[in-house]
Write a protein that binds this ligand. Structure first.
Ligand code: FAD
Length: 477
């Protein structure tokens, strides 16, 4: 089959582009090198819906961020992705940093952001009592929020698939050729897919994909961001996202509640060797601990439950690249999407599809498109009475598999069955939160493995943590 559009990469950008394309009568195929979607930057970031005060006016970043905020809130509602408009505060420590707060306020106004205000340190502490006494001036951005980035990605790809898109995982693009107006995209293992148009959404590898069609006009400079995630007991320290005045390196170290009521601190902004350098380091995590305590001194780092790192796909210009490739027809780069790419994802997808239309992709409305997705967490939102009645009919939802996060067998089976299906333990974790609590899967992992094996009709030895060679069991004893 020859697809109308091939989307390279199943991060939040590839997912949203594919979803946007299914609004039209088009055959869409998403190619992803990993065993699941949301395995790149889209799973390891701050999860902040940025207020839009930071990007330089007139840049693509500023335009996409400003347009993206309300589009993202609306889409998250339609797709039942956990999110919250909790607002954010940018803090200046002393007279030297105070002019930056006024500059950010002016820049925010220029970018079209509404509702911002400037607070004194005391006014900010009245809102957030745990803020440091050293904070003297604060930019208040009530329109900012938090969202679960990997659930957003899963929902975007899932909704695209529900509307007819095809997802091929374990498809690592190694070559792209064009003959007679048709692209042949070939994977490392030799399988291939054909299509008329290609959209490059390969994140930190987007320069490599672009170079495959002869456009080597940009180079990704990978910059890692390391984080510490703390237990829910710490999630109450602050209700808003607390930033420090940004530097050239980025938005600085934040302290924020997550949508699941944990506390997140980080990220660093350290240049790394490769786009795959997602390890955490002693030095990086020390920076996170020390600088976060500057804003919120009371953070108790004995309550850390995990650490992680994500790689930003930055380029020298500092802006997003969303344009037709140089020297290649019917090929669009949606590249260098570092922060605020998550906030901007819906706006970016709309813009990318507009570009595809302008270079010849026929956009005929698909009347069957349904932009909504059932709530995967419906059982958690029920009252006790509703739960009892539902469990009486569907007993699997009463059998709790993950006791830290209270995830039932029914929810795990749903995650394995619905689009995009979870094939491994980490895939179930990102969809249901089983294994994300205090014990980090210590108790529930074997049960999750058993359910994956049962649902897929394979022995437990074949169940992996995250695809490829990450098998968890070697055999029965
Ligand atoms: C530390 C950090 C903090 C951030 N914080 C925020 C924030 O708070 N708010 C915000 O708005 N934005 C934030 N961002 C930015 C945001 O995370 C990104 O803009 C967004 O996730 C980019 O999505 P993507 O789909 O372009 O990239 P990715 O999620 O990396 O997806 C690219 C996909 O392409 C696949 N791929 C690569 N090469 C190939 C190949 N050869 N063949 C097939 N598939 C391939 C990858 O496996 C991957 O799944 C942050 C980013 C980082 C790293």
């Amino acid at each position: 089959m020859i697809y109308d559009v091939i989307v390279a990469g199943a991060g939040v950008i590839g997912g949203m582009v594919a979803r946007e394309l299914t609004k039209y009568k088009l055959n869409v195929c998403i190619l992803e090198k990993e065993s699941d979607v949301a395995c790149g930057a889209s799973k390891a970031n701050s999860g902040i819906i940025h207020g839009g005060f930071d990007p330089e006016p007139e840049t693509l970043k500023a335009k996409m961020n400003t347009a993206g905020i309300s589009k993202l809130y609306e889409t998250a509602k339609m797709l039942h992705v956990p999110h919250k408009q909790n607002g954010s505060l940018v803090c200046a420590f002393g007279e030297e940093e105070e002019p930056a707060i006024h500059e950010l306020y002016e820049r925010g106004l220029e970018n079209g952001i509404q509702g911002m205000s400037i607070l004194t340190g005391d006014e900010a502490r009245a809102l957030e009592p745990e803020l440091s006494e050293a904070i003297t001036l604060v930019l208040n951005i009530p329109s900012a929020g938090i969202i679960c980035p990997y659930e957003l990605t899963i929902a975007a790809v899932g909704n695209a698939m529900d509307n007819g898109a095809t997802l091929k995982t374990n498809f690592e693009i190694a070559a792209i050729q064009r003959a007679n107006g048709i692209y042949t995209v070939t994977a490392k293992d030799g399988q291939s897919v054909q299509g008329r148009f290609v959209v490059n959404c390969a994140g930190a590898y987007s320069d490599k994909i672009s170079a495959m069609v002869g456009d080597d006009s940009f180079t990704i400079i990978p910059r890692a961001g390391e984080y510490l995630l703390l237990d829910k007991s710490e999630g109450v320290r602050v209700s808003r996202t607390i930033f420090q005045v940004p530097s050239k390196e980025g938005k600085g170290i934040l302290v924020s509640p997550t949508v699941d009521n944990n506390l997140l601190t980080g990220p660093t902004a350290l240049r790394v060797r490769t786009s795959g350098s997602t390890e955490t380091t002693d030095d990086g995590l020390a920076i996170v601990r020390n600088l976060s305590k500057k804003s919120v001194p009371g953070v108790d780092y004995r309550q850390v439950i995990t650490s992680f790192s994500g790689v930003r796909a930055s380029v020298a210009t500092g802006d997003f690249i969303i344009e037709p490739a140089k020297n290649a027809e019917n090929f669009v780069n949606v590249a260098a999407i570092d922060s605020p790419g998550l906030t901007s994802c819906v706006a970016i997808a709309e813009y990318a599809v507009e570009i595809l239309g302008s270079i010849g992709l026929e956009l005929l409305a698909n009347p069957a498109f349904d932009g909504t997705r059932p709530d995967p967490h419906f059982i958690k939102k029920m009252s006790d009475e509703e739960k009892s009645a539902y469990i009486a009919e569907h007993p699997a939802y009463g059998r709790i598999i993950c006791r830290c996060e209270m995830v039932s067998e029914g929810e795990i089976r749903d995650a394995i069955r619905r689009n995009p299906p979870a094939h491994d333990v980490d895939g179930v974790k990102r969809r249901t939160r089983s294994g994300m609590g205090r014990c980090q899967g210590g108790f529930c992992m074997p049960y999750v493995m058993k359910l994956i094996a049962e649902e897929n009709g394979v022995p437990m030895e074949q169940v992996t943590k995250k695809g490829k060679d990450s098998n968890l069991a070697t055999g029965r004893i």
